[in-house]
Design a protein around this ligand. Sequence first.
Ligand SMILES: [Ca+2]
Ligand SMILES: [Ca+2]
Length: 238
Amino acid sequence: MTGLTMLQNGAGGLVKGSGTIARSGGGTALVNQGIVAPGDGIQTLSIGGDFQQLPTGRLKLDIDTGPTLKNDLLAIDGAASLAGALEVSLPLGEIVTIGDSFTLLTATHGVTGIFDQLALPALGSAIFWTVQYSSSDVRLTATELIPGDYNRDAVVDSNDFIIWRRSLGWTTNLVADGNGNGIVDDGDYDVWRLHFGQIAAPGSNAAANAAVPEPTSLVMLVAAVIVVTLSTSRSVVN
Ligand SMILES: [Ca+2]
Ligand SMILES: [Ca+2]
């Protein structure tokens, strides 16, 4: 499909199938405020021009892990500007293993923005999805969960400590329950400290040990958080 003007897919609209949506003369070829779903089954939808997804837009893609990895692709010959939702579906019963990686979108003139909401296939407890945005594509990778990575960003660092400290004592929302005993407690701090500095290596079962913290920097970090906590509670008392 080629036209002189861009295609506006409004809220409630659906663009699906394969082939190419192109705008002669360049510029934005497709603005999505509804649903864009490449394929019937696993297929590629090509955009000849820029693609823009607005906050109400949803990009729905299928992935398949058996017997070989394959996925829907939005192939943009232009720039991609992203917002809204990314929704990925996997056939029931198919297994995802660590390192499985899917290039969901390519853009020859760059990718800006990110998806605001993610709806991704459920995974086991020791594995999670990472969505990686590069200047030319968006990739979805099944990544090994390193114990202590409480914010699920594939690295164990001070941000995970902050999550642990904030949820200390909780028995619901157990994202920082690193030792799996049903409560966020001191044991989960030990798990975090033991794995501090580790980075999940996509595509392998091994997690690289990047750096071991100096005990003094740990103490300083703890002290900094305690100071913040104290000043917060003081302002509440006053
Ligand atoms: Ca982390
Ligand atoms: Ca625990």
